[in-house]
Ligand binder design. Structure first.
Ligand code: UDP
Length: 599
């Protein structure tokens, strides 16, 4: 705790800097290095040339400083659990030298939840969308506002900022799954996290190869942790949010149990597609199919325009007979076949091609996340190297199969050892095994399948997943033909409704006793309110009848809105009855309030 106070202490040499800061702090981007990047920043810069703006900046700065001194930090968070928490802050500060966030206490500060030392067990919240990862925890240290007079003059960030960690900005799958989607939807949660919000990446990495994608999330240039250092010693965010919603993530990477789909997936294809649409709009891309629809000539004659995309990797996990594969695809399906790779095309141009494709074929790998730009009904074919079980690595399968994503996923694996080329002499992170004991190397080379394992350094997994593959074309074509067949049959069927029934209304029961051992129970209800507004193929009702005091119940499926039960109904017994509506056999409505019926 001490180091940070020392770290942020003002030195004489910085006095000039401090003065400068006080004049233009509200427009601090003027003298930050960032201006090179963004036209928006240029505009902001332009404004500072007007003297009244300088005065305004001066006033803004003093108001901010006064607010920080008087009110300190104010924090209000969502959720009882650190893994679901997002916090909203006024005047959260960050000491760049100590690399610590600072919460300033005054008589007016707010800290909700007030966890006491439980704030460290293990942390206040996760700073990335990856759950409970110990490198991603967020916390702050506390100081009284009185300490401000010993610290460097704060530099205020006037924008509403969204502060988080990118999880692995070098890998395209991680960029979309861990950052872009979660951040996009977290921003929808808070109305002031709009186009003008400033994103701040605190994981400490450089821009990375996909920085342009992050720039699509807001109109302002994102700030990297190292750039905060250039701005000053004590950075105070006038208004900020920390924490990322995990609502859209569908995959866990195997940190505590072998990788696989998340236990409770809460996102559907609809939201993913809303996201892709927004991204494409920002990139100025219109789906080819939409252009055609607008022109009114969509239909069978466009079949000739259908095409297949092969997503190629140029450095690792290669398809060794790519040209042969592309020719085979073109011949088999009488379609054009395009090749794309992250190395050779710009990302927007890849999205443009993929957004109109009928089929995407690729080796397992991060580039397959681009299937979220495929049109509905497209086929995804993921190829796996020798000894890798496709069922154990399913991030792209899970994505394609999300309800409403409407993609057809197929996998193919190389089962022929003679068609694989391993790279034992590469560095370990690219699957090299030369550093291992002879015995372990031999075990790896002899194994037929990598067994399930934890992330991230299993040498057998890395060796196998980084093999190059000579694709056995006849066996792949068997899979692809199947894929195309399902696609065509799907295309003919109409899209199904996803709307759930409401509760049945005015449920009632009538009872009668026929004999000492015979009774009847008549149940009736009215249709749910929303049914009359929908074209539903099949409306059915489910009735559960339970004898009071018993654990089990009898379920019935009915077409009509009333029914008289006599089988298994006994006289002088109390029955509990639940009724709900079901659309098309799979869309369940809620149960109406329980009926208590005495015979
Ligand atoms: N990558 C690529 N071409 C290659 C190898 C990798 O474009 O030949 C990209 C890949 O799509 C990902 C990043 O580089 O975005 C890291 O690749 P890696 O093999 O480490 O991860 P994986 O693709 O297995 O997730």
């Amino acid at each position: 705790m001490h180091t940070s106070v020392v770290g942020c202490r003002m030195s004489l040499g910085l006095l000039f800097n401090g003065l400068l800061v006080s004049v233009v702090a509200a427009l601090l981007w003027e003298y930050s290095k960032l201006r090179e990047h963004a036209t928006v920043l240029e505009e902001e810069l332009h404004m500072t040339q007007k003297s009244q703006d300088l005065t305004k900046a001066h006033i803004d700065y003093h108001l901010a400083l006064q607010a920080l001194h008087e009110d300190g930090t104010r924090m209000v968070c969502s959720s009882k659990m650190h893994t679901d928490r997002i916090c909203s802050f006024d005047y959260l500060c960050y000491c760049t030298e100590a690399d610590e966030f600072v919460f300033f206490h005054s008589n007016s500060s707010i800290m909700l939840p007030n966890l006491g030392s439980r704030r460290f067990q293990p942390a206040l919240l996760d700073m990335s969308s990856v759950e409970d990862h110990n490198t991603q925890y967020f916390n702050f240290l506390e100081l009284p506002t009185a300490a401000l007079k010993f610290l460097s003059k704060p530099v205020f960030v006037p924008d509403v900022t969204f502060i988080f960690n990118r999880f692995n900005p070098d890998n395209l799958m991680h960029v979309f799954h861990d950052d872009l989607l979660p951040v996009f939807f977290t921003m929808k949660l808070y109305s002031d996290l709009d186009d003008r919000a400033r994103l701040v990446f605190m994981e400490g990495w450089g821009e990375g190869p996909h920085f342009d994608l992050y720039r699509l999330l807001s109109n302002k240039q994102p700030l990297l942790k190292q750039q905060l250092r250039d701005l000053g010693k004590l950075i105070c965010f006038t208004k900020s949010y920390v924490g990322v919603s995990k609502m859209t993530t569908w995959y866990q990477y195997g940190f505590v149990q072998p990788q696989g789909p998340k236990a409770n997936i809460l996102v559907s294809g609809n939201e993913i597609r809303q996201f892709s649409k927004a991204v494409m709009l920002k990139m100025n891309i219109t789906r080819i199919e939409e252009v055609e629809k607008d022109a009114g000539n969509a239909g069978d004659e466009n079949k000739k325009d259908e095409y297949i995309v092969v997503f190629s990797r140029l450095t690792t996990r290669l398809i060794l007979n790519e040209a042969e594969l592309m020719i085979a695809l073109a011949q088999e399906f009488q379609m054009k076949v395009f090749k794309v790779s992250l190395e050779e095309q710009s990302f927007p141009s890849i999205v443009q091609v993929i957004s109109g494709a009928s089929m995407l074929v690729s080796m397992h790998g991060a580039q397959l996340i681009t299937s979220l730009f495929l049109p509905r009904g497209a086929v995804v074919v993921e190829l796996f190297p020798f000894a890798i079980n496709p069922e154990h690595y399913v991030p792209y399968k899970t994505l394609a199969n999300l309800p409403g994503m409407d993609l057809h996923y197929f996998s193919w694996r190389n089962t022929k050892k003679e068609n694989t080329v391993g790279h034992p002499d590469r560095p370990w992170e690219q699957g090299g095994i030369a550093h291992l004991e002879k015995e372990e190397q031999e075990q790896i080379l002899a194994s037929q399948e990598v067994s399930r394992h934890l992330c991230c350094r299993n040498p057998e997994w890395l060796f196998r997943i980084y093999q190059d593959t000579l694709i056995d074309i006849p066996s792949l074509l068997v899979v692809l033909r199947e894929g195309m067949k399902t696609r065509l049959s799907f295309k003919k069927s109409k899209p199904v409704s996803k709307i759930h029934p409401g509760r049945v209304r005015q449920p009632q029961c009538q009872t009668s006793v026929q004999a000492t051992d015979k009774a009847q129970l008549t149940i009736s209800w009215k249709i749910p309110w929303n049914v009359k507004y929908l074209k539903v193929k099949e409306v059915k009702y489910e009735v559960w009848i339970q004898e009071q005091g018993e654990n089990t119940y009898m379920p019935y499926i009915l077409q009509q809105q009333n029914y008289t039960f006599s089988e298994n109904i006994k006289p002088f017994i109390t029955y509990m009855v639940w009724v709900r509506c079901i659309f098309n056999n799979n869309l369940l409505g809620p149960f109406a309030d329980v009926l208590v019926c005495r015979t």
